[in-house]
Ligand binder design. Structure first.
Ligand code: ADP
Ligand code: MG
Length: 243
């Protein structure tokens, strides 16, 4: 489903991804953890070419891309395979909650408005915000805005959803409602890669946990293996600090 092989990325002289190999099976949820600056965001951004990788192969669904040499058509095809949820919700401020969700359906998928609205209404219901459909983002809490962001990512029905610390900018009391929505989506066999600091959430929801440091995958395995019985001293140290 998702296969990454030998992915490398430098910013000038700084090596940020130093040969990353990842496999995510269809329907799996993978949690990526690791210290700040270890390359987690860059990895997700390389997967949908928001950042241009220097080297390596990325396969998502049927689309395979060689980072060294690809056409614009291949890049667009790869981008369509994933939807991204960011730390900051990136909603259109001048559009209502429902309009935000259906925007990609109208623009990218060229869906008719009535059909897009139907899809959007089902999704806003799924994230528990049907009663806020006509609200503008500014009138929603951070947690509600992020749930709309997640519904928008679901709307495009891509092969996989990439979430980069989706709860990090939320007040603590709003984190739970967003994690709950992500958990429900994970249970529906959506393929997901989520960068998170929420260890309890990773333990509960992820099929696989990947620990990254300094542009490397240091350790990966089941949540129990990585979070409860880490083998690498670096992982142990990180987990002790994150309690
Ligand atoms: P993480 O998400 O794990 O905190 P990032 O992927 O954001 O890490 O960053 C990894 C490293 O790459 C950091 O040292 C960061 O400063 C650097 N970096 C990230 N984006 C850029 C950029 N656009 N230009 C230069 N350096 C960057
Ligand atoms: Mg990051």
């Amino acid at each position: 489903m998702i296969k990454v092989h030998g992915l490398r990325k430098k910013f000038k002289d700084l090596i940020v991804l130093d040969g990353i190999d990842i496999e995510v099976k269809q329907g799996e949820t993978v949690a990526i953890i690791g210290p700040s600056g270890s390359g987690k965001s860059t990895l997700l951004r390389c997967l949908n070419l928001l950042e241009k990788p220097d080297e390596g192969h990325i396969q998502i669904g049927d689309i395979m891309l060689n980072a060294k040499k690809y056409s614009r058509k291949e890049a667009n095809e790869l981008r369509r395979q994933t939807a991204m949820v960011f730390q900051h919700y990136n909603l259109f401020k001048n559009k209502t909650a429902l309009q935000n969700i259906i925007e990609p359906l109208l623009v990218s998928k060229k869906m008719k408005y009535d059909e897009a609205k139907k899809v959007g209404e089902a999704l806003i219901e799924q994230v528990g915000l049907a009663h806020k459909a006509d609200n503008y983002p500014i009138t929603l809490s951070g947690g509600q805005q992020q749930r709309i962001g997640i519904a928008r990512a679901l709307a495009v029905q891509s092969h996989a959803i990439l979430l980069d610390e989706p709860t990090s900018s939320l007040d603590p009391e709003l984190v739970g409602e967003v994690l709950q929505v992500i958990k429900q989506i994970a249970e529906k066999q959506t393929t997901m890669i989520i960068v998170t600091h929420e260890m309890d959430f990773a333990r509960e929801v992820a099929d696989k946990v990947i620990f990254m440091a300094d542009g490397h995958i240091v350790e990966q395995g089941t949540p129990t293996a990585v979070l409860d019985h880490p083998q690498n001293p670096r992982t142990k140290r990180f987990l002790q600090q994150s309690i």
